[in-house]
Design a protein around this ligand. Structure first.
Ligand SMILES: [Zn+2]
Length: 290
């Protein structure tokens, strides 16, 4: 494992050749791009109309799903489980989980869905907090691990194939997932369908307009083969608004990677990044309107 990776979920699949095709902008549908970042296994373009950054040509969905089927991905998730759990918990606190629990109790619906639930450590924590938890994890090995080691209910089908009932969950979580998906708009539409009116969606993803992205360019740790999209606060917000969500809170974290500066300097930059919104990773708390 590379230095500095411990604190972030940045799995990178060994690069293979896959079937790919040129696609229009996933946010505005236009086809005018300029090259953005490129490196080993990735070539991003930025849409001239809406600024969305995406890998183009884009690999087919079936190939993308295969990336997460192997032992490598499972072992990566398992060996980083504690670090990811700690980050997930901090994210829930930043999203004000106790406020969301009050709302859930008011409407009598403590059902939570985590999409990309990995080995299930965060879901287990939510069960401990009194939630009825459901996971979705396309890595069958991870789903199986969560089922057998943690007695959790986890499906290994992609979200859209589960046919969860309408208005079913009062909380849906997707941490470091949306950047891996071929069709973020279709994903958000399904999230909204399964959310109860007034229910919240918490989403985290790397911030392409953050300090580190600008500093490192092609070498930014989130510019990788596996991230089909690199969102900014503006582009991710627009996706959510297009699907009918209202935005309640946007937070960014992480000004500089571990090991790049002395600790007090790192602490100061991290603090400023969070305050001014140029952090490396962002979280949006969105609500499904009544
Ligand atoms: Zn566009």
């Amino acid at each position: 494992m590379k230095k500095g990776m411990k604190t972030q979920k940045t799995w990178s699949t060994p690069i293979t050749s896959e079937k790919s095709a040129l696609v229009p902008c996933a946010l505005c549908g236009k086809e005018d791009f300029k090259p953005y970042l490129s490196g080993n296994g990735f070539s991003y373009v930025r849409c001239l109309s809406c600024n969305l950054v995406q890998i183009n040509p884009q690999p087919e969905q079936s190939a993308v799903h295969k990336r997460y089927a192997g032992d490598g991905y499972f072992n990566y998730e398992l060996s980083n489980e504690r670090a990811f759990f700690r980050l997930g918990k901090l994210t829930l606190y930043d999203a004000n989980i106790s406020e969301l629990e009050k709302f859930a109790d008011q409407i009598g619906n403590r059902r939570v869905l985590e999409i990309g639930s990995a080995t299930g450590s965060l879901l287990e924590f939510l069960v401990w907090r009194g939630w009825e938890a459901q996971g979705v994890e396309i890595s069958e090995k991870e789903a199986e691990y969560a089922r057998t080691k943690r007695a959790l209910s986890v499906s290994s089908f992609p979200l859209e194939e589960n046919n969860f009932p309408d208005n079913y969950f009062s909380l849906v979580i997707a941490f470091h997932l949306i950047e891996h998906l071929n069709n973020p708009a279709a994903f958000l539409r399904e999230v909204k369908r399964v959310l109860a009116p007034g229910g919240r969606f918490l989403v985290t993803t790397p911030n392409v307009d953050g300090f580190q992205a600008h500093l490192f360019g092609n070498k930014w740790r989130s510019a990788i083969f596996d991230h089909l999209y690199l969102f900014s606060k503006e582009t991710l917000s627009q996706f959510l608004l297009n699907e009918g969500f209202s935005l309640e809170k946007i937070v960014t974290w992480g000004g500089i990677a571990e090991g790049c500066a002395a600790r007090p300097i790192k602490r100061a930059i991290d603090w400023a990044a969070k305050l001014f919104g140029f952090g490396d990773v962002m979280m949006i708390r969105a609500v499904k309107k009544e």
